[in-house]
Write a protein that binds this ligand. Structure first.
Ligand SMILES: Cc1ncc(COP(=O)(O)O)c(C=O)c1O
Length: 391
């Protein structure tokens, strides 16, 4: 097996959310025959070494309880973070978690109380708000500023909200899904200062940290200090492993870490599932060449799409993608109402992207398209959009 990112894999009927779960996710819209470019997983095979490891395990045929999480897991992540992000961590700081959204929920339950405020910066990955509210906390919106096609954090708003003693946690999305920003050091420093000055715990979701394009560097928030911070890392976006439910949290503070670990222990989740853990380790160890190839492939798709959009879909603005494989297109220039834009994209263009309004009202009239797919799909989607918005 090689890394053929052009290969059109038939994922239909494989118990796959992206291709088999469309109708349920877009109620009221006709999704028949539409190209699925929504949920953030890739239409790519995982690296060969990961597939081989899993095949070997599957072939053994014994699927009993795994050993308590070994050094290997923490060591693999430590080495990955050192190589890819120049971040030095201690192995002791690492805990297994069955996913980043589960980590977020555990952090909310462990480090905040009911009715506490938790700050988010919409438009942002919608399970943040959902997790906050499902745990009976309050989502405190501090929207990003959208200026000249670029998104910035509203630091005045952040300072004001962090100073409110009811607000106990801030969730950072870094890089930011869906707007594609890779936060710069100066921005992260300011954010960390605001949190530190107000005793606000930072939950830094860095699931997209490996998908960063030329000219940009992901800086882990942890590189700027180890106090009051929980960082979630995962290999699931990088290597398309989301269905295996393995991720990691890194918590330098011993007390916070103990509380998080207690939650995992109580729930019998500390060790994780063997397949997820072993895939995570193999990906960290052997995945770099695959990642480099994938980044080049996606970057070419982005260049193509940016030029195509500028030339052929004048009513759309293609927001610059610094990181993540998720493109963020602004169709508000069409003059159409947001619900008409949604209908045009889904029913006329037959393109299934995440609808911008899912990410907060700031996203209305935008669509998020997943570029972790063969370029032929990106081209087809853009041609469809061109026709749909011309007519
Ligand atoms: C910012 C962000 N966090 C978390 C997740 C999901 O993580 P997990 O599947 O590990 O719960 C996603 C998936 O799209 C994401 O974009």
């Amino acid at each position: 097996m090689h890394n053929d990112f052009d290969e059109l894999l038939n994922r239909k009927g494989t118990d796959c959310l992206k291709w088999d779960g469309c109708a349920a996710r877009f109620p009221g819209l006709d999704t028949s025959g539409a190209l699925p470019m929504w949920v953030a997983d890739a239409d790519f095979r995982a690296p060969r070494e990961v597939v081989e490891r899993l095949t070997q395990m599957a072939g053994f045929g014994v699927y009993g309880y795994p050993a308590p999480l070994r050094e290997e897991f923490a060591g693999a992540l430590k080495s990955w973070l050192h190589r890819r992000h120049k971040l030095e961590i201690k192995k002791d700081w690492v805990l297994f978690s069955p996913g980043v959204v589960p980590s977020l929920n555990i952090a909310i339950q462990t480090f905040t109380d009911e009715k506490d405020g938790i700050i988010i910066q919409p438009p942002v990955y919608y399970p943040f708000k959902r997790s906050i509210e499902a745990n009976r906390r309050k989502a405190i919106n501090n929207p990003l500023i959208y200026k000249d096609g670029r998104y910035l954090m509203d630091f005045d708003g952040l300072a004001e909200k962090a100073a409110d003693k009811n607000n106990k946690m801030l969730i950072l999305c870094s890089p930011h899904n869906p707007v594609g920003r890779v936060w710069e050091e100066s921005e992260l420093r300011r954010l960390r200062t605001v949190c530190a000055e107000n005793g606000v715990l930072l939950f830094s979701d860095e699931i997209h940290s490996d998908i960063v394009f030329a000219g940009h560097t992901h800086l882990p928030a942890l590189a700027l200090g180890t106090e009051k911070i929980v960082t979630a890392f995962s290999m699931s976006k990088t290597f398309n492993l989301a269905g295996l439910h393995a991720s990691a949290v890194v918590i330098p503070d011993a007390l916070l870490r103990q509380k998080f670990r207690d939650w995992l222990r109580r729930s019998s989740m500390e060790s994780g599932g063997s397949f997820g853990v072993q895939a995570f380790i193999a990906a960290c160890r052997y995945g770099e060449p695959y990642l480099e190839e994938m980044l080049s492939y996606i970057e070419e798709s982005i260049s193509f799409a940016r030029e195509f959009t500028a030339k052929n879909i004048p009513c759309a603005r293609f927001v610059n993608m610094e990181g993540t494989y998720l493109a963020w297109l602004d169709f508000n220039g069409s003059g159409l109402a947001p619900d008409v834009i949604d209908k045009t994209v889904v029913e006329k263009a037959k393109v299934l992207g995440d609808l911008g309004r899912w990410f907060g009202e700031e996203g209305a009239g935008f669509v998020r398209l997943n570029f972790a797919c063969p370029r032929a799909i990106v081209k087809q989607a853009l041609e469809n959009l061109q026709k749909a918005f011309q007519a």
